[in-house]
Design a protein around this ligand. Structure first.
Ligand code: ARG
Length: 592
């Protein structure tokens, strides 16, 4: 036996196979392998207990039988893994120091980690719907989380072997276009001539247009008419709309480049405008949708939370009473397109928490519809998040109460990081300090967002996120830079194979080595829950384990074999930290 990259996965597979050939077990048996309380071992299988209960058998006897069969199968080398029965019928697995050391030798590069992690998603076709902003509006702080969280989850899915499509489902077909076109025509604005800040101008034009409608309500009809013209393909309005979409795209691409956001395709709501008829037809044909007050709706009476004041739960409105499509119709058409065109097995949507009801209705409707039509149903999940708060615990705003522009936030991150870096390391050349500030500033902002459990609100604090202490990007980046400096000092390439090492001995060495192996578990946890803070917590704990090791055990010792094995631990810590940071969208630095 050689060491497994992902022991919990390997143990699970072996137990399944052994059980299938052991009397007393059947296909209903789930091993239930998980990381264990370190007091008892490294992993524990607790599936025998429930299985024995369901089958009225003695769990300890069954457990003992499984252990014996597993050992007899020869798949657990006693030099590497020790099995024991515990409690009412658990099986504990203890990895030997040799296993833990061999693991460090067997897996050393990012590519090694990736080839081990690949089986987590195993080629699954996944569509991630992000950052999916609305066009014609300037990006503000509310756009930070979809970009940051979406990008991290995308990279993680890709690393873990998903066959991923990042689909930017922009909101380019909303009612706001009526108002905007009304205002543009009224003022005879030349959209091709708005210059660098064209989107800012558009944003303002829309606001002015809305204000005008409030003053002169009869203008609402004009706007509505412009919208209808656009929806019916009128050439002039279509040309204006295309320019608006292009202006938004240019502005967003600029932000994507700064934020490191990658998308594969951009198919906005407008792309589905000729695909909604089929939705109305199919949903009506199977009896799922019906007319109600002129609108087309789908009722989900079983979901009581959609009921307000004890009335019938409100329905999913899929076509407005004026016959126009809406957010729901385009989203239904989008699911179908993703399944038919991309053969999506899983779709992940990212928006803030306010859209939870929409997605619950969308998922329910899709389930019923696909079942009736016999379409393959993808797994669908809604990744949502809480609000970014200011120091006063209210939504983070500018002093005058406006929403903070994303570009301003990015600029401030860079300039504050530059000050911090200059103070810490005034001797570095200025251009290098700028490069460092870019990674530290933008990285720190991303990390603060990712390291808090996404479903909770968090308080935005420059001082905290730029601090070199605690669970922050600067702390982790600095740890990488410090390890780099060790390798520069000894004149060894951290990526090269280090020969002549002896096996680990000290407690701090073992503690760090075990923590390094925990990378797999952290990835799995993060991917299963789509919560990047699990990975952040892990990286932070790894850095602490590294500090403990570094303070306890000198690396630069005379004994060449001891020095070599400690350098190996430094090199692995560096690789795991760098890989982890890159997955989170943060650029590791050679020095800082
Ligand atoms: N454009 C929407 C918004 O800004 C988010 C779209 C999310 N994706 C989706 N398929 N509904 O709120």
């Amino acid at each position: 036996m050689s060491v497994w990259f992902n022991p919990s996965h390997a143990i699970d597979q072996i137990l399944r196979q052994v059980a299938s050939e052991t009397e007393g077990f059947n296909a209903d048996f789930e091993p239930g392998v998980r990381p264990a309380d370190p007091k008892f071992g490294d992993y524990q299988a607790n599936g025998v207990l429930g299985f024995a209960k369901r089958n009225k058998a003695n769990p300890r006897e069954l457990g003992q039988k499984l252990i014996e069969a597993a050992q007899a199968s020869g798949q657990f080398d006693p030099e590497l893994v020790e099995l024991s029965l515990a409690g009412p019928g658990f099986i504990n697995f203890k990895l030997s120091p040799k296993f833990i050391w061999d693991w460090q030798l067997a897996f050393s590069t990012k590519a090694d980690y990736q080839s081990g992690a690949k089986e987590l998603k195993n080629g699954r076709k996944v569509i991630i719907d992000y950052p999916s902003a609305n066009t014609a509006k300037q990006a503000h702080i509310g756009h930070l989380r979809p970009m940051v969280i979406g990008q991290a989850i995308s990279r993680l899915l890709d690393f873990c072997g998903a066959d991923l499509v990042r689909d930017n489902h922009i909101g380019d077909w909303g009612t706001n276009f009526g108002t905007l076109i009304m205002k543009i025509k009224r003022d005879d604005i030349d959209l091709s001539n708005l210059g660098e800040n064209a989107l800012v101008t558009l944003d303002q034009l829309y606001k002015d247009g809305s204000a005008l409608e409030t003053e002169q309500p009869e203008l609402r009809d004009v706007s509505r008419n412009e919208l209808v013209l656009l929806q019916n393909g009128d050439a002039e309005n279509t040309a204006i709309w295309e320019q608006i979409v292009e202006i938004s795209k240019v502005a967003f691409d600029k932000l994507f480049a700064q934020m490191g956001v990658e998308v594969d395709i951009t198919l906005g709501e407008s792309f589905y405008r000729d695909k909604v008829e089929r939705i109305y037809d199919e949903l009506t044909e199977i009896g799922l949708a019906e007319e109600s007050d002129g609108a087309l709706v789908v009722w989900h009476d079983e979901v009581k939370k959609f009921a307000r004041d004890n009335e019938r739960p409100y329905p999913f409105n899929i076509r407005k009473s004026d016959g126009a499509s809406n957010y729901a119709s385009t989203d239904l058409a989008t699911v179908l397109y993703r399944v038919e065109e991309f053969k999506a097995e899983e779709i992940i949507y990212l928006t803030d928490a306010r859209q939870q009801d929409h997605f619950q209705q969308l998922f329910l409707t899709t389930e019923k519809w696909f079942k009736a039509k016999g379409y393959p149903l993808p797994e669908m999940s809604h990744v949502f998040w809480g609000t970014i708060l200011g120091a006063d615990k209210k939504p983070f705003k500018t002093k005058s109460g406006e929403s903070i522009k994303l570009q301003e936030l990015l600029d401030e991150a860079r300039s504050r990081a530059y000050d911090v870096v200059s103070e810490k390391n005034p001797d570095l050349p200025e251009d290098e300090r700028r490069v460092i500030a870019e990674s530290v500033g933008v990285g720190a902002m991303k990390y603060a967002d990712l390291s808090s459990n996404r479903t909770q609100d968090y308080v935005f604090s420059w001082d905290r996120l730029l601090s070199f202490e605690g669970n922050t990007a600067p702390y982790l980046l600095y740890a990488v830079a410090r390890i780099n400096s060790i390798f520069r000092k000894v004149g060894v390439d951290p990526e090269a194979t280090i020969e002549g090492a002896s096996q680990l001995e000290t407690e701090a060495e073992m503690g760090l080595a075990r923590k390094l192996m925990g990378f797999v578990t952290a990835l799995e946890l993060t991917i299963n829950d789509l919560r990047p803070h699990f990975l952040c917590t892990y990286l932070y704990e790894l850095t602490s384990a590294y500090s403990t090791f570094y303070n306890a055990d000198k690396v630069m010792v005379d004994d060449a074999a001891v020095k070599a094995r400690r350098l190996i631990l430094c090199a692995r810590t560096r690789t795991v930290l760098k890989t982890g940071l890159e997955l989170l969208g943060i650029q590791p630095l050679e020095r800082m």
